[in-house]
Design a protein around this ligand. Sequence first.
Ligand code: DGY
Length: 323
Amino acid sequence: MASKVFVTHQLPGERIRELAQQCEMNVWMGPGLLPPAGLRTELAGCQGLVCLLTDRIDSSVLDAAPDLQFVSSMSVGVDHIDVAALTERGIAIGHTPGVLVETTADTAFALLLAAGRRIAEADRFVRRGEWGPDNTWAPEFFTGVDVGGATLGIIGLGEIGQAVARRAAGFGMEVLAWNRSPRQVSGIEMLGLDELLERSDFVSIHVALTPQTRDLLNADNIALMKPGAVVVNTARGGIVNEQALADALIDGRLLAAGVDVFEREPVPADNPLLGLPNVVVTPHIGSATLRTRARMADIAVANALAALRGEAMPCCVNPAVYG
Ligand code: DGY
C-alpha cells in the first residue's frame, strides 16, 4: 500500500509531480493557511508531512499522527518544529539550506540601504503629497547615513552572514562579525558581541532562533550600540527584543531599523515597531524570489522522496534518527 503524505500548501518547483507519483499525496488547497486542528485531522494515517514555516509541528501534532515517519519543511529555519520531540520519536526532519542564501542576503542589504537612507519614509512622503514648496530640497531634507565606508557588524557568520559580508565589501564597508562558534573568514574581523555592537554603524542579524539566541539583542546590549546605528533583522523575530528596539528608536539612540521577521507573524497591528517612521518593515520576504522558492520546494520534495525510499534525507536536521 502506498505511503500517505500530506502537503500543507500548493508548492512551486519541478519535482512536486514526482512526489504525487510516489505516494498517496493530499494537498491543502486553502483558502489561506491550514489551521492547527485541520492539520491534526489531515495527518491521521500519514507517514509523511511536507510543510511550511507557518505550520507549527509540536507534540500535539505528533500525538495525532502516530504513523508519521518524516517531516520535510520548505524552509531552512526549523524553529516552528519541536526538533527534540520529533527526534525522540525517530521522525526525520528535512529542511532547505543553501539555495536561499544569496536571495536572503539581497533582502538584508536592501533593508540596510532602505533604513539608512530613509527610502520607505521618503516614498510615503512623496505619495502623500507632502513634497511641496515649503517642504523640499534643503541641506537637511531627508538626510540619512552613508552606507559606503561604514562599519557593518554581522551577528551570525553562517552562509547568509558571509553573503551579506560580500555585498558589504562592494560598498567599501569595514566588516565585523560575531559567531557562536569560532570562525575565520578573510577580510572579516571576529569580535565579541558587545564590542561588535559598540563599533558597528549597521548591525545585521543572521543566526537561527534557538533558546540560546532568543532576545540576543536586548535592552542591555542595545544600550551598548553606537549612537545612530541601524539594525537589520532578516533572520527570525524573537532574536531581537522588539520593545527594546522600539524604545531605542523612539528615544533616538538608534537611527533606524529594517525588519523582515517578527515575534508573531503575521505581525499584529499593535506591534511597537509598526508605528515608527524610521522602521522599514517587510512581511518575511527574505527568500521571496520565484527561482529561490522553486528551488526550496524542490529540495523539500527531494527530502520527502528520499524518506519514502527509506533513504536518509539529503538535507536532514536530525541525522541522529538514522542511528
Ligand atoms: C526560511 O526558510 O527559514 C526563511 O525564513 C524563509 O524565508
